[in-house]
Design a protein around this ligand. Structure first.
Ligand code: AMP
Length: 235
């Protein structure tokens, strides 16, 4: 069993837009108390607040393109220094490019971190349907889908009671661009993490609960194997 209290764990959730990274990050964060770091949420907040980072990222987000690496790297670097990341954190939407992955490796090297990259795979037609039917709570950032939640049917967030909205970048033309960008710039990270032996793929075309259990079990199994190897080496 993983002794979650002992470890600083980084869980990187990798997958195309609509794969369910945000939902899984929230479940993992609620269950294990790790900080949930969503670069998309942080950038949208920066845009809303008109910060310098938000101003630099705005046009890229609207076009379905990636914000510049140095903007996102800066946001993540600051965030990881906060107290709630001390035990561990879940990265939802970062890294998304090879240079971002290198930046993250350099940050990991400064600390004792066990990292797991979980790739959530989902077919394109399922993603397009999911994103088109996705509703967001502007207050808590939870997402709802037409199929899965009673909240979305009433048009209100289950938790906050606030009216749900749709993201501008979930419009069909922008979704196509975001999927193209994912394939071109983010999918190469699969090989990057496979080569480091920290990549695990999960079938994302299942219920959120099943995906969550798969992620939890994958990490627990890997952690057990690593500990056994470490014990053997110490003998
Ligand atoms: P998300 O909410 O994760 O789908 O992100 C929404 C948008 O924010 C993306 O389409 C990008 O424009 C931008 N974004 C989020 N994370 C990153 C990142 N790691 N690198 C560059 N741009 C990002």
């Amino acid at each position: 069993m993983v002794n979650w209290a002992d470890l600083k764990i980084a869980i990187i959730l990798l997958g195309p837009p609509g794969a369910g990274k945000g939902t899984q990050a929230r479940l993992l964060s609620e269950k294990f108390g790790f900080a949930h770091i969503s670069t998309g949420d942080m950038l949208r907040t920066a845009v809303k607040n008109g910060t310098e980072q938000g101003v630099r990222a705005k046009t890229f987000i609207e076009a379905g393109m990636l914000a510049p690496d140095e903007v996102v790297d800066g946001i993540v670097r600051e965030r990881l220094q906060q107290e709630d990341c001390r035990r561990g954190f879940i990265l939802d939407g970062y890294p998304r490019t090879l240079p971002q992955a290198d930046t993250l490796q350099a940050l990991f090297a400064q600390d004792v971190i066990r990292s797991f990259t979980i790739g959530i795979s989902v077919k394109d037609d399922v993603l397009v349907a999911r994103l088109g039917g996705r509703w967001i709570c502007p207050s808590c950032n939870r997402t709802f889908s037409r199929q899965l939640s009673s909240g979305s049917l009433k048009g209100l967030c289950d938790k906050c009671g606030v009216a749900l909205t749709q993201r501008n970048d979930d419009a069909v033309e922008v979704i196509t661009e975001r999927l193209r960008v994912y394939r071109e710039q983010t999918a190469p990270l699969i090989k990057y993490y496979q080569e480091r032996g920290t990549y695990f793929q999960i079938d994302g075309d299942q219920s959120p609960a099943k995906i969550f259990y798969s992620i939890r079990d994958t990490i627990a199994k890997r952690d057990g194997a690593d500990r056994a190897t470490a014990k053997g080496a110490a003998r």
